[in-house]
Ligand binder design. Structure first.
Ligand SMILES: Cc1cc2nc3c(=O)[nH]c(=O)nc-3n(C[C@H](O)[C@H](O)[C@H](O)COP(=O)(O)O)c2cc1C
Length: 209
């Protein structure tokens, strides 16, 4: 039975562009994988904590010497790792915030990477898995845009997935989502609509292979 882990990040609810595109993905995936298992982890509703000293040093402390807090925090990280390494396809659906990922997604990434367990050594747990990022950006960072080169999000996300072993990584990007929302971007509304429609179309066929 195929399995899909969907990680949602946006707090935007029904107004969220990334969630809207991801819903198209999930509905196409479910149609292609009848009986498939979809697990959703919503970091906007249930954020994971930032790493603290106990969480970090648990890994370097012999099991018998770990405090209660270390045991619980290490177990939490291992449960997250089991979840992400136990599925065939992972979809991470996120906005751009301040030219990068929202901190709640960075906190999740920090939680799941443990040296020797799931790490960037290349011999890692996402080998053979598909990873799809659905990214919504209020502006555009495409070649020729005034802020081309300011996108510290998509390259970083691709790096994380491939460092963890996936060789099938895709980014579905919707840009200019703030057109019509913030003053001064009215002339870009058409491009925004085109970008969202293209992202939804891409989301529907991403898993067709
Ligand atoms: C706190 C915050 C920071 C943002 N920073 C950026 C940014 O640096 N670049 C950008 O293009 N859009 C930025 N945006 C706009 C969002 O990326 C855009 O609204 C996107 O559609 C949000 O995703 P969602 O619709 O799925 O919630 C920011 C929005 C918020 C709320």
């Amino acid at each position: 039975m195929s399995s899909l882990l969907v990680i949602e990040v946006s707090p935007g609810g029904e107004h969220s562009v990334s969630r809207g595109i991801t819903a198209e993905f999930v509905s196409a995936w479910s149609a292609k994988n009848p009986g498939g298992n979809v697990i959703t982890r919503d970091l906007a509703k249930d954020p994971v904590p930032h790493l603290d000293g106990e969480a970090i040093f648990a890994g370097y402390t012999p099991v018998e010497a770990r405090s209660e807090g270390m045991v619980a925090k290490h177990a939490f990280r291992n449960d997250l790792i089991k979840e992400i390494t136990g599925v065939d396809h992972i979809v991470i659906s996120t906005p751009m915030w301040n030219w990068s990922v929202p901190s709640v997604l960075k906190a999740y990434i920090d939680q799941i990477i443990i040296p020797g367990v799931l790490d960037g050594s290349g011999a890692a747990g996402l080998t053979g898995k598909k990873v799809t990022f659905v990214v919504a950006q209020g502006g555009s960072y495409a070649e020729g845009a005034p802020r081309h080169g300011w996108d510290y999000e998509t390259g970083y996300l691709k790096l994380v997935a491939s460092a963890l072993g996936s060789t099938d990584v895709d980014i579905i990007l919707a840009e200019l989502t703030l057109a019509g929302v913030v003053p001064g971007m009215e002339s870009l509304i058409g491009k925004k609509e085109e970008s969202i429609a293209a992202a939804k179309a891409q989301a529907k066929v991403r898993d067709s292979a």
